[in-house]
Design a protein around this ligand. Sequence first.
Ligand code: WT7
Length: 678
Amino acid sequence: MSDETGSVSEAEIAVHWGEEAYFTPPESFVAQANLTDRDIRKRYSLENFPNYYEDFANLLSWDRKWDKLLDSSNPPFYKWFVGGRLNVSYNCIDRHLEKYRNKTAIHFVPEPENEHIEHVTYQELWVKVNEFAAFLRDKVGVKQGDRVTIHMPMVPELPVTMLALARLGAIHSVVFAGFSAKACAGRIVDSESRVLITMDGYYRAGTLLDHKEKADVACDEASAEGQKVETVLVWQRYPGRYSSPTPLKAGRDLVVNDELPAFRGKRVAPVSVPAEDPLFLMYTSGSTGRPKGAQHSTGGYLSYVTWTSKMIQDIHPDDVYWCMADIGWITGHSYIVYGPLALAASTVIYEGTPTYPDAGRPWRVAEELGVNIFHTSPTSIRALRKAGGGNPEKYNYHFKHMTTVGEPIEPDVWKWYHKVVGKGEAVIVDTWWQTENGGFLCSTVPAVDKMKPGSAGPPIPGIHPMILDEDGNRMPAGTGKAGNICIENPWPGMFQGIWHDPDRFVATYFTKYNKNPKSKDWRDWPYFAGDGAMLAADGYFRILGRIDDVINVAGHRLGTKELESAALTVAGVAEAAVVAAKDDIKGVMPEIYVSLQPGVEANAAMAKKVSDAVAKEIGPIARPRKVWLVPDLPKTRSGKIMRRILAAISNNNPDTGDITTLANPEMVEQIQKIHQAG
Ligand code: WT7
């Protein structure tokens, strides 16, 4: 744990959050659930490792069964289902056709509310994927093992593209559409892609954005760095009409919708690939340096997301499942595309901003489509709450199951989600995991475990986490202290490495707690997640956030989330973000940025209430140096609050870094002004 600011060197963080009362899963949910075995964690204990992972792989259709379940001879590089062969697009489409040909695979909800929702059946998906795969193979020359960068928004053509590449055994690298051309270029270069697949435009908050222009800049930048993109494929948001003001570049760009008619009726046999062939790269930023290309496998990854989608998301083929994340993130790969489609569910893809044109939009979508499983992030939940909630009670939908993912959820926000969005009827899972992990690592098993607001809960069956202190000692449960969460065992969804950088893989995730770099025993290679966490006496893990989100005030470690959670107990507070501001006396002190719910006045009394709540909930040590009441917090397009920018402002650092990926870049200047006015 980095500790430049204070004097404490131990990993332990004192945690002030109180223990919350349990919520019991509704009977009606338990009665229909996929996983009700109360002994599941016993069956999936370390003594039975790795054999229980056969259950995961058995959910898939294999062309050839594996010879060896796990090859752990070279830790921390593991090989799962060695000798097995399969194809991902076959598993997500072809194998469902006999039973579910006419069932909707994808519901596409365009952002403009006057455009019809599109329903793509499994048969239609099969036709589209085959024709596009034929085009990629026969016209563009894409082959097994090629890396192809995709920079596309939330449209059904995105999973079609991913599945067509998977059908050919090519490796996709999807870049979040909200990312800049520069970010896209960096990923093109690192993955050595010679093909870029994009779209002319898409809707965001009521505007049809020009997306194609980013492709031109990305290709120029990539070529300046030595990676030439030979072909740019452009999907049309409105088939038959080119919707971008940016011209096409002759000799390089092809409009997919113009090319496809030549491939009508073409079929491509799924390429049977070894289980260990990479399926995709997903770039994620580390705390320093260039983004890391997390490399995910075919067999292990698909087994893991399919099992967790079935048992933790409780997806049945007749469910309508909506995950509001973006496919450009790992959540979207695992839990919009691959998991739900492998289970023959209907998955919803929503193009735009959840609160567009108003906060009632998600509930109108849920009502129209009969969504019964809903999946989103604490940030979206807070944003919806801030926008007034959108009156879920006015809409006739019923969720049996809701997920939260991506950051710790404050107990107050959890309870709002449960009561207002879930109408008190839905079970909730708080799922903790990372881009590197492929799928969930901690969560309640929804029909088996009670829920505890603010806690991710026990491990996913088969995952064996532990909390280690700075010296690598295992910290016992129930001490009220937090340390570093690590995973003891390898699992099939775990990434295979960082693309082209095995040393960085070992150094970032394993070196910290490996005592013998020569050891060939996986037990000597705990996976270091980089999150602070605490294990309660009941076996529930509470995640405090990235270790670098911990603030050290006068030698006292505080999790930023704890302070934010305290601020959210004040009526009228919508969102809160805590940053460390340098202080001459205490090293650093917390400053808190707060946005208010509509109609709540921003005044000194409100700021004092927030400050008092933090001091009361956590202790006077945590009292913020300053409470800044601001119109909105700077957020990425995926909804993550950019604490880094706020920290720059609090520390009078004029360099707020790259703000091009923000959903609301104008906020930065506004907040700077508020800060200057003091
Ligand atoms: C980081 C990973 C997991 C896919 C989306 C984010 C934080 C994630 C939780 C949770 C508390 C959480 C951690 C983790 N995080 N889920 N349920 N409770 N914190 O993927 O961008 O790789 O971020 O998100 O800090 O390390 P990511």
